[in-house]
Design a protein around this ligand. Structure first.
Ligand SMILES: NC(=O)C1=CN([C@@H]2O[C@H](COP(=O)(O)OP(=O)(O)OC[C@H]3O[C@@H](n4cnc5c(N)ncnc54)[C@H](O)[C@@H]3O)[C@@H](O)[C@H]2O)C=CC1
Ligand SMILES: O=C(O)C(=O)COP(=O)(O)O
Length: 389
């Protein structure tokens, strides 16, 4: 029987071709084992009983009910860093667009007519003066894959870069230029910087972080870039601040009709990750994650379950998704012993309220998954036989 993968958005062929002949892949697949998605909202999606994994070919998982999936034992993956360069490049483009009045100038140049075109240009260009970014202060909120890439590039462009991220990962810190100054509070960024760019996920903590209160702390004439998510910025407060010239410019990848028609706002149609390179990177990483999980039970880059990657050394692998509560391992070992199965290798890891256990064995007893699933706290169990080609 084929392994079924449903694509909910258009996914790069470079990734899809990594599925071999055992897989049935497409937008019309039903009762799927896995879903591949980009930005499509899955909050109202009716997840089939068979669904084991969802891979988001991209970074943000706010379009997926991650907690509900954890409760059902559906492992949600994303592709950290795979589209960071694409976003970084667009943020740099936005930085220049926010500073120099290039877009308005281009529109005006299109409107000019007549033989004295050059003369009109020279007379009118003074309306489109904008400052250089060299030497200006850039505040980067969120120093993950994108934030660090933006901060490092801005240092190279001669900006004085200030970064804020209370949860920065060791890896991100290793990759960051020593010239990026550490802000201890987000308010420092608000007060100090001429340009502010946000690169945090949308969570209850970050939603609305740029509101009237935050903007009031900022310098008059601040430039704000939002290539992370629309709901990080309070739209009404932003429009009000733009009208009062408190905010000079707002450039975002997440617009609305109202924002797109507000002066000094540039709305891009969510183009951050829309490059062939990033679409391929995200798709190949997402397909690899799905295959590793479905074929070997290994979990790489999940947002709701721990990372567990173990080489296959035995004929069978028992994969158990369960609650992170005491005594689970003893119960699994007891059940397995009763079925006369020998454990060759056992790994257990937890993340928050959930945990994952891999048990490698060369024995197979009928109904072992049913016996395991009967135990309180177990969400899902499955056994995977090693495929030898
Ligand atoms: N415009 C587009 O097409 C794209 C947008 N995005 C958005 O950008 C976001 C960031 O992407 P990545 O850098 O790849 O993710 P990431 O996970 O590598 O980095 C996010 C960083 O935000 C930090 N953070 C979380 N809460 C914070 C807070 N309250 N204050 C300061 N920092 C905080 C985390 O510690 C982490 O270092 C994504 O969650 C997504 O919403 C990502 C890719 C493409
Ligand atoms: O990766 C992300 O978080 C993005 O916002 C990119 O979205 P997309 O895959 O281009 O629909």
């Amino acid at each position: 029987m084929a392994i079924k993968v449903k694509t909910v958005n258009k996914i790069s062929e470079k990734g899809l071709q990594l599925f071999d002949e055992r897989y049935e892949v497409g937008e019309n697949v039903e009762n799927e084992d896995a879903i591949l998605v980009r930005s499509a909202k899955l909050h109202d999606y009716d997840f089939p009983e068979n669904l084991k994994a969802i891979a988001r070919a991209g970074a943000g998982t706010n379009n997926i009910p991650v907690e509900e999936c954890a409760k059902k034992g559906i492992v949600v993956f994303n592709t950290p860093g795979a589209n960071a360069n694409a976003v970084k490049e667009l943020v740099l483009c936005a930085l220049f667009l926010s500073s120099r009045r290039v877009l308005e100038g281009i529109e005006w140049a299109k409107s000019l007519k007549g033989d004295d075109y050059a003369k009109q240009v020279e007379a009118g260009k003074k309306a489109f003066v904008g400052p250089e970014i060299d030497g200006k202060k850039l505040g980067v909120i969120g120093l993950g894959a994108i934030g660090v890439a933006v901060a490092n590039a801005a240092v190279k462009l001669g900006m004085e870069v200030h970064g804020y991220d209370p949860y920065i990962s060791v890896n991100a810190a290793w990759g960051m230029s020593k010239w990026v100054r550490k802000a201890s509070t987000v308010e420092e960024i608000f007060k100090e910087c001429d340009y502010i760019t946000i690169h945090v996920p949308s969570t209850p903590e970050t939603q609305g972080m740029i509101d009237e209160k935050a903007i009031n702390l900022m310098k008059s004439g601040v430039h704000i870039l939002n290539f992370a998510r629309g709901d990080l910025v309070n739209e009404e407060d932003m429009i009000d601040a733009l009208r009062k010239n408190k905010v000079a410019r707002y450039i975002t990848d997440f617009g609305s009709e109202k924002l797109a028609n507000t002066e000094n706002v540039v709305v891009m149609p969510h183009l951050g990750a829309s490059t062939p390179e990033s679409e391929e990177n995200c798709a190949t990483m997402a397909v690899d994650e799905i295959r590793e999980f479905l074929e070997n039970g290994n979990i790489k880059h999940s947002v709701n379950f721990p990372s567990v990657v173990e080489p296959r050394t035995t004929t069978y692998r028992l994969c158990i998704i369960h609650k992170n509560i005491p005594n689970m391992l003893a119960k699994f070992a007891g059940t397995i012993a009763k079925k006369d199965m020998n454990i060759e290798n056992m790994v257990n890891k937890a993340k928050g309220d959930y945990a994952y256990t891999i048990i490698d064995t060369n024995d197979l007893s009928e109904d072992i998954t049913k016996a395991i699933e009967k135990q309180e706290g177990v969400i899902k169990a499955r056994i995977i036989a090693k495929v030898v080609f």
